[in-house]
Design a protein around this ligand. Structure first.
Ligand SMILES: Cc1ncc(COP(=O)(O)O)c(C=O)c1O
Length: 313
């Protein structure tokens, strides 16, 4: 779906017109993928609008930048305030928020020293990422996720998404909605843009961060919800074949939210319907983000958005 534009983008502390948020083709990021970014959702609620886990997302942005020795000249508080400013200025809710830190126009060598750090924050309407409430049909990709000590998987870096593109394009080309990558040891890692959860015999499993999985904010939220619901949950290495014999499998992610999986490599998971535990967690997650249950974990940052026009889902 083409990006639906909004009015302003936050750039280095100022709100500038959407059309003016442009880069020179010789910018370092264009050639070497030198960016780190975030994806955040702002939800419409009966009592107003609220951004989901804003400080955690912006802290991960700063962590990603630190891994790549990018010095961001803004504090966590300033970045969070920038997100609130742009969301309120654009008057679009619900929306998806995309902060990005990149190396701009300066020198063309691989060394990033002479290229300035630029920070942008945009927001725009974005509906469901994976279609199909009954569950997604996915495959195991022939492409592995990033091997340890190559591209750091804990950094949400633009360059990592070349690997995500390979996984996602292969899946689509073969008629699946999404692909799951294995790690360098052949163990389950994650989807091209989602963490993976497996349920078997009442226990919830998800791969550890050491399996080259991103430290997903939704993953963390689901782990927290599961523990509070009294559901047994464990982070451990998962062999590929456990996916096929699982009772339930689901994705988590800011874009995908909590997404049941119907089949993997055309093997139907469980009885082919979203499972009880997946539903329990999804219900709890959506009740909190949609403001239908109290925000008991302090996950929501309220924003004053006078949405000028309804947003298409
Ligand atoms: C590769 C990858 N894994 C996992 C996730 C899920 O992370 P989060 O829940 O923070 O959006 C994402 C999305 O950001 C992703 O791109």
């Amino acid at each position: 779906m083409p990006i639906q534009t909004t009015s302003k983008i936050w750039h280095n502390g100022n709100l500038i017109p959407w059309e003016q948020a442009t880069l020179h083709v010789m910018s370092h990021v264009v050639h070497y993928g030198s960016s780190v970014f975030e994806g955040i959702r702002c939800y419409g609620q009966p009592q107003g609008s609220a951004i989901f886990r804003l400080p955690e997302h912006m802290q991960r942005l700063l962590d990603s930048a630190k891994i790549y020795r990018m010095e961001v000249p803004y504090t966590l508080e300033e970045l969070c305030a920038g997100v609130v400013d742009v969301v309120e200025a654009n008057g679009v809710s619900p929306c998806y928020i995309r902060p990005i830190v990149l190396r701009g126009y300066g020198e063309i060598g691989v060394s990033p020293k002479g290229s300035p750090i630029e920070v942008y924050i945009a927001n725009f309407p974005w509906g469901k990422y994976i279609e199909g409430n009954g569950g997604a049909d996915v495959c195991i990709s022939s492409w592995n996720r990033l091997a340890p000590n190559t591209m750091p998987a804990l950094a949400k870096a633009g360059a990592n998404y070349m690997n995500s593109q390979l996984i996602h394009m292969e899946a689509e080309a073969n008629g699946y909605q999404e692909g799951i990558g294995l790690d360098v040891n052949g163990l389950v890692s994650e989807g091209s843009g989602e963490n993976v959860f497996v349920v078997r015999n009442g226990v919830i499993f998800t791969p550890p961060l050491g399996s080259s999985a991103l430290s997903g904010i939704t993953r963390d939220s689901v782990l927290t919800l599961a523990r509070h619901l009294g559901l047994p949950v464990t982070e451990q290495s998962l062999p590929r074949e456990l996916l096929y014999i699982a009772d339930e499998v689901f994705f988590t992610g800011t874009a995908a939210e909590v997404q049941p999986i119907h089949s993997i490599d055309r093997i139907v998971i469980g009885d082919g319907k979203p499972g009880e535990i997946t539903k329990k967690i999804a219900d709890e997650f959506f009740a909190i983000v949609n403001g239908l249950k109290p925000d008991r974990f302090g996950w929501l940052t309220p924003v004053k958005v006078n949405a000028s026009e309804p947003v298409r889902a």
